[in-house]
Design a protein around this ligand. Structure first.
Ligand code: LCS
Length: 404
């Protein structure tokens, strides 16, 4: 829903005001409607609400004002028609896949995506007769070859989790459209502050709200943003039936977090650039992948496609996984934990953690090596993060010396 008061303002301003309408008492921060159900004025009114003849709230699984405020906010930021708040990023992904596919359909998916996305396709969707293939979507030729007559969805994450390969949203959307397939982009790693897939031709964008949008590592949530009323109604029906909706309190927290999205993303980008350059020069590091490094294989595409290079870095230690283990066990300020996109810096090992469930063969295909370390750079002072990495790298060096 467009908020006319902010329609001509900058993205920074939208982050502060989007989704916030005037409310009963003039509260600057809208109230939390922490209620599961809404009273009808009469049996007749209840019937009208259920029949869709009157606008209003019925039951929080169907709609809730606090949830709707967040949905309108993210839709505004992504340049979409409407949002659908979900219980988690996975609930958002499930809702999209379950709505758009039937038995006999095919999904073409990036080979490097969040592990459980592939597991969902390979187990639950497969059980209902939907097939999935995985290709390196940073290579357009592989996408072209991978789309079949029964492909309903081309599903991409860009940059992909965890390899940070970049896929060309504009070109992939064109290829998908030729076959009447829908392009779905998981925009979790960039957030609308840095990348707006709908503007580039994608049909649907989704997020794990758990990450940069909320930004404070205290909520699990997801959201889908669509471009038109029919798709919205279709998804709303599925979401209401599957039941994976976000609750009012979590919606309030995410909406609050989004007010600082712009400045947080700026700091995530600044810190990451400095850290990626530091790691790239370090003798104990074999390879660093960060979209802001000229060595990134799709550096030029990234410059065109996003407004900043994001807060995620992956790297491989010269000493392989053993060295990575010492590093991850030695950091003090950086925390050893999965998830990402919060204000605090996190470090983790995809092969044994976030991407364990997809299995080694699929990891190899997706370029997720055993030695890969993933870093979610927070908004702390960058010198403190580097000092922490430095002391941990010194421990790696010492261990190598002792072994030698
Ligand atoms: N999409 C991406 C790109 C993700 O990174 C995640 C979670 C999800 C979707 C699912 O969202 P959730 O259901 O957790 O809200 N990624 C995680 C990660 O890399 N570490 O822990 C969770």
């Amino acid at each position: 829903m467009k908020n006319m008061k902010i329609s001509n303002t900058s993205f920074d301003t939208k982050c502060v005001h989007a989704g916030i309408e005037d409310n009963e008492f003039g509260a600057v921060v809208p109230p939390i409607y922490q209620t599961s159900t809404f009273k009808f004025q009469s049996v007749q009114q209840g019937a009208k609400l259920f029949a869709g003849e009157e606008k209003g709230y019925i039951y929080t699984r169907m709609a809730n004002p606090t949830v709707e405020a967040l949905e309108n906010c993210v839709a505004e930021l992504e340049g979409g028609y409407k949002g659908l708040g979900c219980a988690s990023g996975m609930a958002a992904i499930h809702t999209v896949l379950a709505t758009l596919t039937s038995a006999g359909d095919h999904v073409l998916c990036s080979s490097a995506v969040y592990g459980p996305t592939t597991t969902l396709l390979n187990t639950i969707l497969k059980k209902f007769g939907v097939d999935a293939d995985y290709v390196d979507t940073s290579n357009l030729e592989e996408v072209r070859r991978g789309i079949k007559p029964n492909t309903k969805i081309v599903y991409i994450e860009t940059p992909g989790n965890p390899t940070l390969y970049i896929s060309d949203i504009k070109e992939i959307s064109k290829l998908a459209k030729k076959q009447n397939a829908v392009t779905v982009v998981d925009n979790t790693f960039m957030s609308p502050a840095l990348q707006r897939p709908l503007e580039l031709g994608a049909d649907i964008v989704l997020h794990s709200l758990t990450k940069f949008l909320n930004g404070h590592a205290d909520v699990v949530g997801g959201i889908i943003v669509v471009k038109d009323e029919d798709t919205y109604k279709n998804f709303r029906r599925t979401l209401n039936q599957l039941g994976g909706v976000i609750d009012p309190f979590n919606s309030f927290l995410v909406h609050r977090g989004i007010k600082t999205l712009s400045i947080r993303m700026q700091r995530h980008c600044e810190n990451s650039q400095v850290i990626a350059e530091y790691l790239e020069k370090h003798s104990l590091i074999k390879k660093v992948v960060y979209p802001g490094l000229k060595s990134h294989p799709q550096y030029e595409l990234g410059l065109k496609q996003h407004d900043g290079h994001g807060g995620m870095i992956t790297f491989e230690m010269a000493g392989g996984f053993e060295a990575g283990q010492i590093l991850m066990n030695s950091v003090k300020l950086c925390q050893l934990a999965v998830s990402l996109g919060g204000v605090e810096t996190l470090i983790q090992h995809p092969a044994s953690m976030t991407h364990f469930s997809m299995g080694k063969a699929a990891r190899v295909m997706g370029g997720i090596t055993e030695g890969l370390v993933r870093f979610s750079v927070g908004i702390e002072n960058v010198n403190d993060i580097i000092n922490d990495l430095e002391q941990a790298l010194q421990k790696v060096e010492k261990a190598n010396l002792q072994e030698g």
